[in-house]
Ligand binder design. Structure first.
Ligand code: SF4
Length: 222
């Protein structure tokens, strides 16, 4: 069995509860521009953007929504056109049939159960068709009411390398992170790990020699 990078960790560092504060602070200085890369101007645009971002890049979503949001301004607008028209309008984001079904179902529920407004509670967001926990967490955090921690592939990898979790399942990783990360940092924490993962701690070739948290990381190779 190939040895994993995490499995190679040998360096002794302080307990994670001692390291979490300086790690968050150092990453916040290093990646002060770390933020969601989707472009939106309202909670509805945020929700739609995050739903469209499944299986594609944020750049691609922004390209599509630049014109989409001119045409679809309210939940009603998504239901006023034929599904085929909405499919064409979001085609470039991929999985357009499934996403159209989710968008139409979500808009219908927003109108019938939430007065046309995007809810901020996680348990309400996850009831919207096609809105999984990760999407709900992103939306809640961006609306200023984080109720969990977004776990994507970067957050998973870095949380493991930094010794914040031994889990592999995103739900279990999130459970470990919400116990560890101070609540005021829940919103920005995933952005910091995502940007650090993209810029420094990549999956294949982590640049530990250029990493601001290498002295606090049990997986550091320097
Ligand atoms: S790049 Fe930094 S966070 Fe990633 S393994 Fe190396 S020291 Fe740890």
């Amino acid at each position: 069995m190939p040895r994993s990078f995490v499995g190679e960790a040998r360096r002794r560092v302080a307990p994670k509860r001692t390291r979490i504060r300086p790690i968050v602070d150092l990453l916040a200085i290093e990646h002060e521009d770390a933020a969601i890369a989707l472009t939106f101007a309202s909670p509805l645009e945020l929700l739609v953007s995050v739903m469209l971002s499944a299986q594609t890049t944020d750049v691609n979503v922004n390209r599509v929504t630049a014109t989409l949001f001119e045409k679809y301004r309210r939940p009603e607008d998504y239901l006023a056109v034929a599904p085929e028209e909405l499919e064409r309008d979001i085609y470039a984001t991929g999985f357009f049939r499934q996403k159209t079904r989710s968008l139409r179902g979500t808009m219908h529920m927003l109108l019938t159960e939430f007065d046309g407004q995007v809810p901020t509670k996680l348990e309400e967001l996850v009831r919207l068709p096609g809105v999984a926990r990760k999407t709900a967490n992103v939306v809640a955090a961006e609306l200023g009411t984080p109720q969990g921690i977004v776990v994507d592939t970067h957050v998973r990898r870095l949380s493991q390398r930094l010794g914040f979790t031994r889990q592999d399942d995103p739900v279990k990783i999130e459970r470990d992170l919400v116990r560890l990360v101070p609540h005021p940092d829940w919103g920005r924490f995933p952005h910091l790990l995502i940007w650090h993962g993209r810029r420094v701690c990549s999956a294949r070739a982590p640049r530990c020699e250029d990493c601001v948290v290498s002295a606090l990381c049990p997986s550091s190779r320097v």
